[in-house]
Design a protein around this ligand. Structure first.
Ligand SMILES: [Zn+2]
Length: 314
């Protein structure tokens, strides 16, 4: 564990704020206690306008006309039944290098990692998207369960945003600019169906998937894993990785990828920024590399993807 020098002011408010980007014991996978209770308030402070029909679907990449930009995206998720971690090696590296990235956070992950989320919210280089409440599978869930996954996450984000703004005010700090609610959504497991896409469009959420899943499952730190991803990346690609310390070696993979892509003349933008740089490539399916390649996950994480087992209530 790295010891962090705290000034008296931040020592007083450790409960509500962390300042260091160095990894701490509490960032480790499973270190924080689980808390799956839904947010007290389900109200969303800003209701986004529904998407027009032509924007319904999942976005895999953006046609940029050859402009060499890439969106690095990192999922930060956990099931209803456990907590994961927060990969500060990745976040501090991106921050030091000035590389914008989009972080798709589960709502319960935000709850259990609240101090880190407030810290990340204050850092303009990071864009936060929704990744559902407890990783529910939108290919098999009821509509009501999907709505809970969406609304609870927006509500939890709004609660933490309120705390981050209050914290700045109480400490006489300039008010950070924090987006009122996430406008981007990532489907857990990449799974969806027509009803899920309609529900998400109704909430005004743009569904951002990926055209390159960079992690290979084993030793992602190996340069060959980054090489394989680089071969698939093209201008306007959206790259999937994780910053929850579940896949092994992603921090090294992210470094390797950044170096190799920079060497090829690429620069990095958030997914939200990328959408405005060309024509989004939309499909109706969500999948890893080919349609249907994620269907086998439907039965592996409890009855609805959240890890909950037993009587399938819905
Ligand atoms: Zn996930």
């Amino acid at each position: 564990m790295l010891l962090v020098a705290l000034n008296p002011a931040s020592a007083l408010c450790q409960e509500t704020s962390v300042e260091s980007w160095a990894s701490m014991d509490s960032d480790r996978r499973g270190a924080l206690p689980n808390d799956p209770t839904p947010p007290e308030s389900r109200s969303i402070p800003l209701v986004l306008a529904p998407l027009p029909q032509e924007e319904e679907g999942t976005i895999r990449r953006v046609e940029t006309g050859g402009e060499k930009v890439v969106a690095l995206t990192f999922d930060m998720c956990e099931l209803a039944t456990k907590t994961t971690g927060c990969d500060m090696d990745i976040l501090s590296y991106l921050r030091q290098e000035g590389i914008p990235a989009t972080l798709f956070m589960g709502g319960k992950w935000m709850r259990t990692h609240a101090a880190r989320v407030r810290q990340i919210m204050r850092e303009p280089i990071f864009e936060i998207g929704s990744h559902a409440w407890t990783h529910g599978n939108f290919g098999i869930m009821s509509e009501e369960a999907m709505r809970e996954q969406i609304e609870w996450t927006q509500a939890e984000y709004a609660r933490l945003r309120g705390e981050a703004l209050r914290h700045a005010e109480e400490h006489g700090l300039p008010a950070p600019e924090i987006t009122p609610v996430p406008t981007l959504f990532r489907l857990p497991y990449g799974r969806c169906n027509d009803r899920a896409l309609a529900v998400l469009a109704g909430y005004g959420l743009k569904v951002i998937q990926w055209d390159v899943a960079a992690e290979m499952g084993q030793d992602n730190a190996s340069p060959s894993v980054a090489d394989a991803a680089v071969r698939l990346i093209k201008p306007g690609s959206i790259v999937l990785m994780h910053a929850n310390l579940v896949p092994k070696g992603t921090a090294a993979l992210a470094r390797n990828l950044v170096q190799k892509l920079r060497g090829q003349g690429y620069r990095f933008v958030t997914a939200g920024r990328l959408l405005g740089m060309g024509t989004p490539v939309r499909v109706r399916d969500g999948y890893f590399t080919t349609p249907g390649d994620n269907l086998s996950l439907d039965t592996r994480f409890g009855y609805d993807g959240t890890g909950r087992r037993g009587a399938a209530g819905r």
